[in-house]
Design a protein around this ligand. Sequence first.
Ligand SMILES: Nc1ncnc2c1ncn2[C@@H]1O[C@H](COP(=O)(O)OS(=O)(=O)O)[C@@H](OP(=O)(O)O)[C@H]1O
Length: 499
Amino acid sequence: MWSPTKAKGAAAAKKPEQQLFLAAVYALCLAAAVVGLARTHLLHNFRASPLCDGASCSVSSSLRGAQQLLREAARKVAAQHSEAMALGIPVQRLKYEKSMAGAPSGGGEDEEEEGGGADAVLEEVEEELAAAGADGRSQPAGTQRSEEEEEQEEQEVEAGSSRQEPPGGDEEGAEGEEEEEEAGRTSAPSPYQLAVEDCADLACLSKAGRLGMHPGQFRFPSFFIKCATTSLFWHLKNHPQVLAADNKEPEFFSDDCGYDPAACSRKDTRRYLFDTMRLGEAVEGGMRAAAVEASTHYGRNGHLLAAPVFPWLKVIISMREPISRAISMLAHNLDKHGSGCLTKDSVFKCLERDLQRDTYGRPFAAWLDAYPPDQVFLIQYENITSTAHGSDVLHAIKNRLGIDPELPGSDLGIRNTREYHLMRKGELKEGEQADGWPMKKWQYQSLVDMVRPDAQTVADLADRHGLADGRQWMRNWEAEWKATLEECGADGNCVVFPN
Ligand SMILES: Nc1ncnc2c1ncn2[C@@H]1O[C@H](COP(=O)(O)OS(=O)(=O)O)[C@@H](OP(=O)(O)O)[C@H]1O
């Protein structure tokens, strides 16, 4: 029969080596139980953490989780940054140099995009992770993402709409899915591009314009040119980053829509967008060219038409000494179309009438009311056509438009001259200069007195908005007037040539 005393006595009766063996077995069992419990507890918590992908908690999956967390954090910084920018709160920019593909620094479309500081955070996070091979897949040489691709990714984050998490948005995705996401982010069209692909009217383009773009892309249309434009239009037409309108002066908003974008018919709008402005080609080219047109009449009421529809539009306004501008335009009407009031006998009356009606100040002020000054590029015709400054002005224009300033060259070229039109009509031989316009000295002087206040208004406005040195501007035109007056004969007769 069994009794404790007996058992004790039996245990006590065991040999010391047997006792030692049993103690070791008990200790091992205890340790195994503790380790088992701890493992179950740790795995439970660890799998629930974003550092594991749920199925495994390997070192590489944990590092991927950490990468994801850092991305999320950077995205949050980006979102807060955008919010702050929208509220007008000053946000300190971090060290961040944007090097747009093929575009000069100092004024591209994309430089208007704010948020560099937050992007820099994201960029640095991505760089650090890539350098550390934190995704557990070190990249072989030659397969690393290019700077451009990384910038595309930043832009998408900025746009905030291109990288939506999949429904149920989990971090549990398998490695393949994550790779796909990676590839999609780097080569995907920008949200802007996707939206424009479906556009066939102004409202759609207008709405799309609020979406984010990749670096090197341009909003459509990009800019209009006004005044002394033919040479500039043709120069830019030959630029690889410019998509010039099929017709230099489509006058769509003026002639087709009566300066009211809401009144443009569907048919005319489609024709303008696709045939004239080549929207289809712009989309096919990934929106990587700046679409331009140069309708002269927009100058008068440009503020009415473009600002509500294309708030991003840039405008190049070139102004010529007003009397020369009027002579050039009236002579153009006469030589090319056989119309208008200009004849050798009616010069003064015709100019007086035109200059009273066509002023610079009012429409220019309206453009400036409608557009921020950094979208208006004001040039003095006398500067861009001068041998001393012409190529610098041209360079600056292209810089401001965000296109390579070195292309297609530094020479503006010369087109649409009076001589060209007369030669075509057989009224002038090659190398000959067209006649000037007869006027009395007092007549010319009175025209100068008439246009001076308007010129001064433009100079003051340009100065106030930081667009030009107003005083220099006036000095240039005063010099033109003085030179013309000095050419007049002692008998008070002048022959006026436009500058
Ligand atoms: N590079 C250069 N240097 C000097 N002058 C130049 C240059 N390019 C154009 N022009 C002169 O600009 C005038 C034509 O201007 P636009 O093309 O704007 O005319 S238009 O309003 O579009 O019809 C026209 O002026 P006029 O000849 O006096 O009529 C052109 O001769």
